[in-house]
Design a protein around this ligand. Structure first.
Ligand SMILES: CC(C)(COP(=O)(O)OP(=O)(O)OC[C@H]1O[C@@H](n2cnc3c(N)ncnc32)[C@H](O)[C@@H]1OP(=O)(O)O)[C@@H](O)C(=O)NCCC(=O)NCCS
Length: 220
């Protein structure tokens, strides 16, 4: 318990890369600098307690184990019990910000490939990501259960070619349960992909798409 609290406390202290201050905030801070104990230590303690309350200490503890598999990671939480998310990294790079991974999630990263997942995004149960080149998921995305995202066909076609092309998913996208996102697809910010859809072509920002293959239902 103490280890979890200390870890949550440590990761709650904003690192230099995460500190973004507007000019106004910077000017205010310059006029009256907040005491260290108030601005950093107390704030970090409050954030740590808040995080532990919302996700629970066990989720953080499991998150600490999972983040060992990533080349770069923010605060990672693991939710939903077992099976524990699995990571197969064959020589690529996996970078995640503050993210939640549910049980059964599987990440497969091929040599030289990149998997990047943005701040506030969660991957629900049994979601699978396979990256031969690159799969990037933006911030605050909801990836529902049993979703498959792959940037490669994984097996060569009869003519011997193995096709792969990067997949990119924009911020705040919602990918419905059991959807499949195939190679070369870019899904725009705020787009919604219906449950069970197969996405074979780009989805414009704010579009709601569904079906096999996914078609635009409407545009926000
Ligand atoms: C995509 C979605 C958000 C659209 O919801 P909606 O705006 O209420 O859409 P409607 O129910 O009005 O359906 C509009 C049309 O799209 C079709 N449609 C809706 N969802 C569809 C889907 N997933 N696949 C295929 N067609 C779908 C409907 O049949 C309807 O067709 P019609 O006009 O020919 O009758 C919703 O259907 C969906 O799939 N939600 C995902 C839920 C989920 O996976 N949650 C996981 C928890 S995070």
């Amino acid at each position: 318990m103490t280890a979890v609290l200390v870890s949550a406390f440590l990761v709650s202290v904003p690192g230099p890369a995460l500190k973004v201050k507007s000019r106004v905030a910077q000017a205010t801070a310059n006029r009256r600098p907040a005491p260290v104990w108030e601005g950093d230590v107390v704030g970090a303690y409050r954030r740590a307690v808040q995080r532990l309350r919302s996700a629970g200490p066990m989720s953080h503890l499991l998150g600490l184990c999972l983040r060992l598999h990533f080349q770069r990671a923010g605060i990672v939480v693991v939710r939903g019990g077992w099976p524990f998310p699995s990571v197969e990294n064959h020589g690529g790079r996996i970078e995640v910000e503050n993210c939640a991974f549910f049980s059964g999630v599987r990440l497969e990263c091929w040599p030289g490939a990149l998997i990047r997942i943005g701040n506030g995004t969660y991957l629900n149960r049994n979601t699978e990501i396979v990256a031969a080149t690159s799969v990037t998921i933006g911030r605050d995305c909801k990836i529902a259960r049993d979703v498959i995202i792959m940037d490669t066909d994984q097996h060569p076609l009869p003519d011997g070619t193995l096709r792969a092309a990067p997949v990119s998913i924009g911020d705040r996208a919602w990918i419905g349960a059991r959807a499949i996102v195939l190679k070369g697809v870019t899904i725009g910010h705020d787009a919604i992909v219906g449950a069970g859809s197969t996405v074979t072509k780009d989805v414009p920002p704010g579009a709601v798409v569904a079906g096999v293959p996914a078609q635009i239902l409407r545009q926000h």
